[in-house]
Design a protein around this ligand. Structure first.
Ligand SMILES: [Zn+2]
Length: 438
């Protein structure tokens, strides 16, 4: 092959890489003086500070079921009280739902904070969800202080905007880190359960990066339509969700979906080395990531609260974002037709090249073997590298590699393997959180 041809082949990859890099950063955060009806990371940050004021963990329990220290209990209750008083300051009347549940690690008593904003007609409600408990390893400024702050600032901005047509329920639950305990208690017998129709859940697996919408309930066509039309900087891919469904990873949204409810799940996942460590602090949390989370929370809440009705499950969509600028989406069954069209075009191209004697069957077979081989080598390298890192760095402050309940796959192996399979750093970011969120 001539050098010019090689350059021409490489050009699209270089261009795509440059575009991905150019649009990889989260948006500029807005300060405390931003207009009342917009989301401001500066204002939301006050809640992150309030939740993590002592800089210490505030877990609902310990992974091994051992007793919490008096300091942990006091910090947990302080975080719960911050949530309660913040909701009261917004003019709501929060209530605590107490209960006991058992999850993947242990059983524990939890205290969910639940509130509602009753406006418009009664009927199916939109639910915003995040968790206020942290792991026993760090203060959880991002996981899930960012989610809680997002909810509180979203409600404040909603109240300054157009009036909603239906109720909004706010769930800031407890014990997520111990095996989704708060969500289990909520979905078992909360008195408002029948009204809770559509959930937006906010999580973090790191302290920085763009916020990806990495999971949906099934029959997501109408949800994706609204997501595409209302979110300004979408980061999402149905390929990643398809992969996520096949893996044993969970957030509160798993319990919500098991109860037959609809939902969308959001998280950021850069600087994963801070995840579940003492470094998940206010100073490490990227304000731009908080802004991106809040922008999406507010835009979607407005869209769902002011629509004539909440979407019902329909058929699934295939979707992906183009450099966070726009979400391309179409019915999933169109994917098969597109794949078939691609295969036909490839065969026609190969047939034409063979006829004109520009290549040989041997060379075509070699080219295909290189493509398939690179996937296999990439996956093997990813798994090997992850195992090596896990062996070499058994504990990074209980965090990045090998924290409690994390066998190292999530932090190292899968992102690398995904990178090899999909060959795109943008997808790798969504991949790393989709494959590992808990
Ligand atoms: Zn979390």
């Amino acid at each position: 092959m001539k050098t010019g041809h090689v350059a021409l082949c490489l050009l699209p990859f270089v261009l795509v890489a440059l575009l991905v890099a150019a649009f990889a950063a989260p948006p500029e955060p807005l300060g405390e003086n931003a207009p009342n009806d917009v989301f401001s990371a500066g204002r939301a940050m006050a809640h992150v500070r309030g939740l993590t004021s002592t800089g210490k963990p505030h877990p609902a329990a310990h992974y091994d079921g051992s007793a919490r220290t008096p300091e942990e209990i006091a910090d947990h209750d302080r975080a719960r009280d911050w949530v309660m008083s913040s909701l009261r300051n917004l003019g709501l009347e929060p209530v605590i739902q107490k209960g006991n549940a058992c999850g993947r690690f242990t059983c524990a008593d939890v205290e969910n904070v639940v509130a509602r904003w009753d406006v418009g007609s009664p009927g199916p409600a939109l639910v915003l969800m995040a968790h206020y408990d942290s792991t026993p390893f760090g203060p959880g400024a991002a996981d899930d202080g960012a989610g809680v702050a997002t909810l509180l600032e979203t409600v404040r901005a909603l109240k300054a905007g157009p009036p909603p047509k239906r109720p909004l329920i706010i769930v800031i639950d407890d014990g997520e880190e111990m095996g989704l305990l708060g969500a289990r208690v909520l979905m078992k017998d909360h008195p408002w359960l029948n009204e809770m129709e559509l959930f937006l859940n906010f999580e973090a697996r790191g302290t920085s990066g763009q916020v990806a919408m990495f999971e949906t309930s099934s029959g997501n066509g109408a949800l994706i339509d609204t997501f595409a039309s209302s979110v300004k900087r979408p980061v999402a891919s149905s390929v990643i969700y398809t992969l996520y469904k096949r893996l044993p990873n969970d957030t509160d949204l798993s319990i919500v979906k098991q109860a037959g409810k609809q939902g969308l799940n959001f998280a950021f996942a850069d600087h994963v080395y801070n995840y579940h460590t003492a470094k998940d602090t206010e100073t490490e949390l990227n304000l731009g990531s908080l802004q991106h989370m809040g922008d999406q929370s507010l835009a979607l809440s407005r869209a769902f609260l002011t629509a004539e009705s909440l979407p019902k499950p329909t058929s699934d969509s295939a979707y992906f974002d183009l450099f966070s600028l726009v979400l391309v989406h179409y019915p999933e069954n169109v994917s098969g037709a597109l794949a078939l069209l691609g295969a036909i075009l490839a065969l026609v191209g190969m047939g034409s090249a063979l006829r004109k004697k520009r290549t040989s069957i041997g060379r075509l077979a070699l080219a295909m073997a290189v493509v398939l081989g690179s996937l296999v080598v990439g996956a093997i390298t990813g798994v090997g590298l992850g195992a090596l890192l896990k062996g070499a760095v058994p504990k990074l402050g209980n965090g990045a590699v090998g924290n409690a309940g994390d066998d190292g796959r999530s932090s190292c192996v899968y992102p690398v393997a995904c990178h090899c399979v999909h060959g795109s750093c943008g997808i790798t970011r969504i991949c790393s959180l989709a494959l590992s969120a808990r």
